[in-house]
Design a protein around this ligand. Structure first.
Ligand SMILES: [Zn+2]
Ligand SMILES: [Zn+2]
Length: 260
């Protein structure tokens, strides 16, 4: 039975079983196939579920063929479930001109139900300080939103920052508290003006300052979606009562939580 609790949705689940084995280090979980995910979503009672894969054809890591295969499998099951099941993809934001790892033409042709665009590891140019990093990342997200009409969700805003800073040897400790308030407001407003949701990425609940971030974004009029970003079976689970409490406290409610 699907729940009418607005928070019981997950729009960021990776069907990692579809990934091709390769010499690159990638999570591949044999349980994370579309059929299993759909069955578990039904058991959990989620009301909206989005299953997808990365598209990074130029790196060779995540070819179009896999994302399109996942889409086909999801579409085949849509009519057999009593919750909203949608197919999407996750592209990386790669520059300051709105460029993604997938072209606008290819995204249009693929016709997914929704598209997530996220900052991952490509930063042009490499920042030399936390301040430079913040200036760069806000511009990357804003330019992606304003240049690309196919983006529906900005995936996990700022979440990968600790990993990114480590990779570019900026050693200052970072938390969500360090994001300038004006950047959070600008992102929330730019996204809202284009009908783009900011993803509430559930792994962020374990990071300091996340409730401040959500509160500022909600106050600025942002709209939101919820995603586990599960690549592994045990990460695809129910949102906890503590997480829901934090979301309510930050001002997330049925008016600003986008449900497809
Ligand atoms: Zn991501
Ligand atoms: Zn993801």
């Amino acid at each position: 039975m699907q729940s009418d609790n607005i928070f019981y949705s997950d729009l960021h689940i990776h069907a990692t079983q579809s990934r091709k084995q390769s010499d690159r280090k990638m999570t591949i979980d044999s349980l994370m196939n579309v059929e299993n995910i759909v069955k578990k979503a039904q058991e959990l009672g989620l009301h909206t579920v989005g299953i997808m894969e990365h598209v990074e054809p130029h790196s060779g890591r995540h070819p179009w063929s896999v994302a399109l295969h996942v889409k086909k499998l999801v579409n085949q099951l849509k009519s057999q479930v009593d919750f909203k099941l949608i197919s999407g993809c996750e592209a990386s934001i790669i520059d300051l001109n709105g460029g993604l790892s997938a072209s606008i033409e290819d995204l249009k042709a693929a016709n997914f139900d929704y598209v997530i665009a996220s900052v991952h590891s490509s930063l042009p140019p490499t920042p030399k300080s936390i301040d430079e990093y913040h200036l760069l990342v806000i511009e990357m997200m804003k330019s992606a939103i304003t240049h690309n009409p196919y983006i529906d969700i900005i995936g996990h805003p700022w979440r990968d920052t600790p990993k990114i800073l480590k990779s570019i040897e900026i050693k200052t400790p970072w938390s969500f508290d360090l994001i300038p308030e004006k950047d959070i407001k600008e992102l929330a407003m730019t996204a809202k003006n284009s009908g783009v949701a900011l993803e509430i990425s559930r792994p962020c609940f374990e990071m300091a300052g996340y409730s401040r971030f959500l509160g500022i974004a909600a106050d600025a009029g942002g709209i939101f979606s919820i995603g586990s970003d599960a690549h592994q079976w045990d990460r695809f689970n129910f949102i906890s009562q503590d997480e829901i409490k934090m979301l309510k406290y930050a001002g997330i409610n049925s008016n600003n939580l986008k449900v497809w």
